[in-house]
Design a binder for this molecule. Structure first.
Ligand SMILES: Nc1ncnc2c1ncn2[C@@H]1O[C@H](COP(=O)(O)OP(=O)(O)OP(=O)(O)O)[C@@H](O)[C@H]1O
Length: 297
Protein backbone atom coordinates (compact mmCIF):
# COMPACT_ATOMS: atom_id res chain seq x y z
CA UNK A 1 0.00 0.00 0.00
CA UNK A 2 1.37 3.48 -0.84
CA UNK A 3 2.24 5.79 2.04
CA UNK A 4 0.67 8.67 0.13
CA UNK A 5 -2.07 8.66 -2.50
CA UNK A 6 -3.31 11.73 -4.34
CA UNK A 7 -6.17 11.25 -6.73
CA UNK A 8 -7.60 14.06 -8.88
CA UNK A 9 -6.56 16.55 -6.22
CA UNK A 10 -7.92 20.01 -7.01
CA UNK A 11 -7.55 23.27 -5.11
CA UNK A 12 -8.27 26.88 -6.05
CA UNK A 13 -7.66 30.15 -4.25
CA UNK A 14 -10.36 32.37 -5.73
CA UNK A 15 -9.67 32.49 -9.45
CA UNK A 16 -6.20 30.92 -9.05
CA UNK A 17 -6.21 27.22 -9.83
CA UNK A 18 -3.34 26.09 -7.63
CA UNK A 19 -3.79 22.33 -8.27
CA UNK A 20 -5.74 20.79 -11.11
CA UNK A 21 -6.61 17.08 -10.82
CA UNK A 22 -3.20 15.99 -9.59
CA UNK A 23 -2.82 12.22 -9.08
CA UNK A 24 0.21 10.24 -7.93
CA UNK A 25 1.29 7.75 -5.26
CA UNK A 26 4.38 7.49 -3.11
CA UNK A 27 5.40 3.97 -2.09
CA UNK A 28 7.32 3.08 1.09
CA UNK A 29 11.03 3.77 0.58
CA UNK A 30 10.45 5.98 -2.44
CA UNK A 31 12.10 9.38 -2.79
CA UNK A 32 10.05 11.77 -4.92
CA UNK A 33 11.21 15.16 -6.15
CA UNK A 34 8.45 17.69 -6.66
CA UNK A 35 9.56 20.27 -9.20
CA UNK A 36 7.88 23.35 -10.56
CA UNK A 37 8.35 27.05 -11.18
CA UNK A 38 7.40 29.61 -8.54
CA UNK A 39 3.65 29.37 -8.04
CA UNK A 40 3.36 25.90 -9.66
CA UNK A 41 1.51 24.52 -6.64
CA UNK A 42 4.22 22.65 -4.72
CA UNK A 43 3.66 24.29 -1.33
CA UNK A 44 -0.10 24.04 -1.72
CA UNK A 45 0.21 20.30 -2.36
CA UNK A 46 2.45 19.87 0.68
CA UNK A 47 0.13 21.87 2.93
CA UNK A 48 -2.79 19.70 1.84
CA UNK A 49 -0.83 16.50 2.54
CA UNK A 50 0.00 17.86 6.01
CA UNK A 51 -3.65 18.69 6.62
CA UNK A 52 -2.90 22.39 7.06
CA UNK A 53 -5.35 23.57 4.38
CA UNK A 54 -8.49 21.98 2.93
CA UNK A 55 -8.81 20.92 -0.71
CA UNK A 56 -11.74 21.35 -3.06
CA UNK A 57 -12.10 17.91 -4.63
CA UNK A 58 -10.33 14.63 -5.25
CA UNK A 59 -8.93 12.20 -2.70
CA UNK A 60 -5.89 12.33 -0.44
CA UNK A 61 -4.80 9.40 1.70
CA UNK A 62 -1.85 9.69 4.05
CA UNK A 63 -0.81 6.34 5.51
CA UNK A 64 -4.36 5.10 5.19
CA UNK A 65 -5.87 8.15 6.90
CA UNK A 66 -7.16 11.58 5.90
CA UNK A 67 -4.57 14.35 5.93
CA UNK A 68 -4.35 16.04 9.29
CA UNK A 69 -6.03 13.12 11.10
CA UNK A 70 -4.32 12.10 14.28
CA UNK A 71 -3.19 8.81 12.72
CA UNK A 72 -1.68 10.65 9.75
CA UNK A 73 -0.05 13.37 11.84
CA UNK A 74 1.71 10.83 14.04
CA UNK A 75 3.54 9.36 11.09
CA UNK A 76 4.22 12.40 8.93
CA UNK A 77 7.10 14.81 9.41
CA UNK A 78 7.53 18.21 7.85
CA UNK A 79 10.57 20.37 7.28
CA UNK A 80 9.68 23.88 6.12
CA UNK A 81 12.00 25.81 3.83
CA UNK A 82 13.15 28.25 6.48
CA UNK A 83 13.49 26.55 9.81
CA UNK A 84 13.71 28.89 12.77
CA UNK A 85 14.99 27.78 16.15
CA UNK A 86 15.70 29.59 19.36
CA UNK A 87 19.27 30.90 18.96
CA UNK A 88 19.98 30.72 22.70
CA UNK A 89 19.19 27.00 22.94
CA UNK A 90 21.74 24.34 22.13
CA UNK A 91 20.87 21.77 19.45
CA UNK A 92 20.42 19.22 22.21
CA UNK A 93 18.08 21.44 24.22
CA UNK A 94 16.03 22.25 21.13
CA UNK A 95 15.53 18.61 20.17
CA UNK A 96 14.74 17.69 23.79
CA UNK A 97 12.06 20.39 23.77
CA UNK A 98 10.48 18.89 20.66
CA UNK A 99 10.66 15.39 22.11
CA UNK A 100 8.91 16.62 25.25
CA UNK A 101 6.19 18.31 23.16
CA UNK A 102 5.69 15.09 21.28
CA UNK A 103 5.53 13.05 24.50
CA UNK A 104 8.60 11.06 23.43
CA UNK A 105 11.54 10.19 25.72
CA UNK A 106 14.08 13.06 25.85
CA UNK A 107 16.95 10.56 26.03
CA UNK A 108 16.45 10.03 22.29
CA UNK A 109 17.78 13.54 21.54
CA UNK A 110 21.45 12.67 21.21
CA UNK A 111 20.74 9.72 18.91
CA UNK A 112 18.73 11.96 16.59
CA UNK A 113 21.50 14.57 16.49
CA UNK A 114 24.06 11.85 15.78
CA UNK A 115 21.92 10.64 12.93
CA UNK A 116 22.12 14.04 11.22
CA UNK A 117 25.82 14.54 11.98
CA UNK A 118 25.43 17.08 14.77
CA UNK A 119 26.70 15.09 17.73
CA UNK A 120 29.81 17.22 18.20
CA UNK A 121 27.93 20.50 18.01
CA UNK A 122 25.01 19.27 20.15
CA UNK A 123 25.97 21.36 23.17
CA UNK A 124 26.63 24.57 21.26
CA UNK A 125 24.02 27.31 20.94
CA UNK A 126 22.04 27.21 17.71
CA UNK A 127 22.87 30.90 17.26
CA UNK A 128 26.43 29.80 16.43
CA UNK A 129 25.35 27.17 13.86
CA UNK A 130 25.77 27.56 10.10
CA UNK A 131 22.72 27.42 7.84
CA UNK A 132 23.52 23.78 6.99
CA UNK A 133 23.70 22.88 10.66
CA UNK A 134 20.37 24.59 11.38
CA UNK A 135 18.83 22.66 8.50
CA UNK A 136 20.12 19.48 10.09
CA UNK A 137 18.52 20.41 13.41
CA UNK A 138 15.34 20.70 11.34
CA UNK A 139 15.87 17.24 9.95
CA UNK A 140 16.56 15.83 13.43
CA UNK A 141 13.29 17.40 14.56
CA UNK A 142 11.52 15.84 11.57
CA UNK A 143 12.87 12.41 12.50
CA UNK A 144 11.20 12.36 15.92
CA UNK A 145 8.77 9.47 16.19
CA UNK A 146 10.23 7.59 13.17
CA UNK A 147 7.95 9.14 10.53
CA UNK A 148 6.90 7.04 7.56
CA UNK A 149 6.39 10.04 5.30
CA UNK A 150 8.72 13.03 5.24
CA UNK A 151 7.56 16.20 3.51
CA UNK A 152 10.52 18.48 2.91
CA UNK A 153 10.07 21.93 1.37
CA UNK A 154 13.27 22.89 -0.45
CA UNK A 155 15.36 21.24 2.26
CA UNK A 156 18.74 22.00 0.70
CA UNK A 157 18.27 25.60 -0.41
CA UNK A 158 21.20 27.66 0.78
CA UNK A 159 23.35 24.63 1.64
CA UNK A 160 26.84 24.20 0.22
CA UNK A 161 27.60 21.12 -1.92
CA UNK A 162 29.14 19.13 0.93
CA UNK A 163 26.21 19.81 3.28
CA UNK A 164 23.81 18.89 0.47
CA UNK A 165 25.53 15.59 -0.10
CA UNK A 166 25.43 14.79 3.61
CA UNK A 167 21.78 15.79 3.80
CA UNK A 168 20.85 13.47 0.94
CA UNK A 169 22.93 10.66 2.44
CA UNK A 170 20.79 10.93 5.60
CA UNK A 171 17.64 10.82 3.45
CA UNK A 172 18.95 7.74 1.63
CA UNK A 173 19.31 5.98 4.97
CA UNK A 174 15.73 6.85 5.94
CA UNK A 175 14.36 5.69 2.60
CA UNK A 176 16.29 2.43 2.95
CA UNK A 177 14.41 1.87 6.21
CA UNK A 178 11.09 2.29 4.37
CA UNK A 179 10.25 5.98 4.87
CA UNK A 180 8.73 7.81 1.91
CA UNK A 181 10.22 11.16 1.03
CA UNK A 182 8.47 13.95 -0.84
CA UNK A 183 10.76 16.91 -1.36
CA UNK A 184 10.48 20.06 -3.41
CA UNK A 185 13.50 21.65 -4.98
CA UNK A 186 14.62 24.24 -7.47
CA UNK A 187 18.08 22.68 -7.65
CA UNK A 188 17.39 20.37 -10.54
CA UNK A 189 20.83 18.85 -10.92
CA UNK A 190 20.93 17.56 -7.37
CA UNK A 191 17.58 15.76 -7.43
CA UNK A 192 18.67 14.05 -10.63
CA UNK A 193 20.89 11.64 -8.77
CA UNK A 194 19.21 11.55 -5.39
CA UNK A 195 15.56 10.74 -6.03
CA UNK A 196 13.72 7.76 -7.53
CA UNK A 197 10.96 9.62 -9.33
CA UNK A 198 10.30 13.14 -10.51
CA UNK A 199 6.91 14.85 -10.43
CA UNK A 200 6.72 18.11 -12.35
CA UNK A 201 3.94 20.60 -11.68
CA UNK A 202 3.26 23.45 -14.05
CA UNK A 203 0.55 25.97 -13.21
CA UNK A 204 -1.12 23.41 -10.97
CA UNK A 205 -1.09 20.62 -13.56
CA UNK A 206 1.06 17.52 -13.17
CA UNK A 207 2.96 17.39 -16.46
CA UNK A 208 5.34 14.55 -15.61
CA UNK A 209 5.56 11.70 -13.12
CA UNK A 210 8.31 9.22 -13.88
CA UNK A 211 11.89 8.19 -13.23
CA UNK A 212 14.45 10.35 -14.97
CA UNK A 213 15.29 7.73 -17.61
CA UNK A 214 11.61 7.43 -18.48
CA UNK A 215 11.23 11.22 -18.71
CA UNK A 216 14.19 11.30 -21.08
CA UNK A 217 12.61 8.61 -23.24
CA UNK A 218 9.23 10.36 -23.33
CA UNK A 219 10.61 13.79 -24.12
CA UNK A 220 12.83 12.40 -26.91
CA UNK A 221 14.93 15.55 -26.82
CA UNK A 222 18.07 15.71 -28.97
CA UNK A 223 21.23 14.16 -27.60
CA UNK A 224 24.44 16.15 -27.81
CA UNK A 225 27.78 14.60 -28.71
CA UNK A 226 31.15 16.19 -28.22
CA UNK A 227 33.73 14.69 -30.53
CA UNK A 228 37.37 15.49 -29.90
CA UNK A 229 39.29 15.35 -33.15
CA UNK A 230 43.04 15.06 -33.50
CA UNK A 231 44.41 18.60 -33.92
CA UNK A 232 45.19 18.34 -37.61
CA UNK A 233 41.83 16.76 -38.53
CA UNK A 234 39.39 19.09 -36.74
CA UNK A 235 38.12 20.89 -39.84
CA UNK A 236 37.78 17.66 -41.77
CA UNK A 237 35.89 15.97 -38.89
CA UNK A 238 33.51 18.93 -38.59
CA UNK A 239 32.84 18.84 -42.35
CA UNK A 240 32.40 15.05 -42.55
CA UNK A 241 30.07 14.89 -39.54
CA UNK A 242 28.25 18.15 -40.25
CA UNK A 243 28.90 19.43 -36.71
CA UNK A 244 30.01 22.75 -35.30
CA UNK A 245 33.63 23.37 -34.23
CA UNK A 246 34.06 24.68 -30.77
CA UNK A 247 36.99 25.10 -28.44
CA UNK A 248 39.75 24.17 -30.86
CA UNK A 249 39.54 20.54 -31.85
CA UNK A 250 36.12 19.71 -30.39
CA UNK A 251 33.15 19.24 -32.71
CA UNK A 252 29.62 19.26 -31.33
CA UNK A 253 26.82 17.25 -32.90
CA UNK A 254 23.21 16.81 -32.02
CA UNK A 255 20.91 13.95 -32.98
CA UNK A 256 17.54 12.39 -32.16
CA UNK A 257 17.74 9.62 -29.52
CA UNK A 258 16.90 6.90 -32.05
CA UNK A 259 19.77 8.10 -34.26
CA UNK A 260 22.36 7.83 -31.50
CA UNK A 261 23.95 4.54 -32.53
CA UNK A 262 24.00 5.43 -36.22
CA UNK A 263 25.65 8.75 -35.40
CA UNK A 264 28.23 7.06 -33.17
CA UNK A 265 28.93 4.69 -36.06
CA UNK A 266 29.70 7.66 -38.31
CA UNK A 267 32.03 9.05 -35.67
CA UNK A 268 33.96 5.83 -35.07
CA UNK A 269 34.25 5.27 -38.83
CA UNK A 270 36.60 8.26 -38.91
CA UNK A 271 39.19 6.14 -37.07
CA UNK A 272 42.42 7.94 -36.12
CA UNK A 273 40.92 11.36 -36.77
CA UNK A 274 38.90 10.93 -33.56
CA UNK A 275 40.49 11.03 -30.10
CA UNK A 276 37.41 10.84 -27.92
CA UNK A 277 33.65 11.15 -27.95
CA UNK A 278 31.31 12.11 -25.16
CA UNK A 279 27.55 11.54 -25.31
CA UNK A 280 25.56 14.10 -23.33
CA UNK A 281 21.90 13.24 -22.66
CA UNK A 282 19.39 16.07 -22.14
CA UNK A 283 19.72 17.52 -18.65
CA UNK A 284 16.92 17.62 -16.14
CA UNK A 285 16.71 21.38 -16.84
CA UNK A 286 15.99 20.62 -20.51
CA UNK A 287 13.34 18.06 -19.58
CA UNK A 288 11.78 20.38 -17.06
CA UNK A 289 11.50 23.16 -19.64
CA UNK A 290 10.12 20.71 -22.17
CA UNK A 291 7.36 19.36 -19.92
CA UNK A 292 6.52 22.72 -18.32
CA UNK A 293 5.81 24.29 -21.70
CA UNK A 294 2.85 22.03 -22.33
CA UNK A 295 0.32 23.72 -20.02
CA UNK A 296 -2.03 26.49 -21.03
CA UNK A 297 -3.08 29.00 -18.32
N1 LIG B 1 -3.37 31.46 0.65
C1 LIG B 1 -3.39 31.78 -0.64
N2 LIG B 1 -4.24 32.68 -1.14
C2 LIG B 1 -4.30 32.98 -2.44
N3 LIG B 1 -3.51 32.41 -3.38
C3 LIG B 1 -2.62 31.50 -2.96
C4 LIG B 1 -2.51 31.14 -1.58
N4 LIG B 1 -1.53 30.19 -1.47
C5 LIG B 1 -1.06 29.99 -2.72
N5 LIG B 1 -1.71 30.77 -3.62
C6 LIG B 1 -1.49 30.79 -5.08
O1 LIG B 1 -1.54 29.46 -5.56
C7 LIG B 1 -0.54 29.23 -6.56
C8 LIG B 1 0.39 28.10 -6.12
O2 LIG B 1 1.19 28.58 -5.04
P1 LIG B 1 2.24 27.66 -4.27
O3 LIG B 1 2.73 28.44 -3.09
O4 LIG B 1 1.65 26.33 -4.00
O5 LIG B 1 3.42 27.52 -5.35
P2 LIG B 1 4.87 26.89 -5.20
O6 LIG B 1 5.01 25.94 -6.34
O7 LIG B 1 5.08 26.38 -3.84
O8 LIG B 1 5.80 28.15 -5.47
P3 LIG B 1 7.26 28.55 -4.84
O9 LIG B 1 8.26 27.74 -5.58
O10 LIG B 1 7.35 29.99 -5.16
O11 LIG B 1 7.21 28.28 -3.36
C9 LIG B 1 0.16 30.56 -6.74
O12 LIG B 1 -0.45 31.24 -7.82
C10 LIG B 1 -0.10 31.30 -5.43
O13 LIG B 1 -0.11 32.71 -5.63
Amino acid sequence: MPNLTLSQLTKSFGATRALREVSFDVAPGERIALLGHNGAGKSTLMKIVLGLIPYDSGRVEVLGASPGDRAARRQVAYLPENVAFHPALTGLEQIRTYLRLRGAPVREAMGLLERVGLAEAAKRRIGTYSKGMRQRVGLAQALIGRPRLLVLDEPTSGLDPVSRREFYATLDGLAAEGASILLSSHALTEVEARTDRIVILSKGVMVANAALAELRRKAALPIQMQVRASAAAADQVAARLGGARFNGATVTLSCAPDQKLARLGQVTALGDMIEDVEVIPPSLEDLYTHFSKQVQP
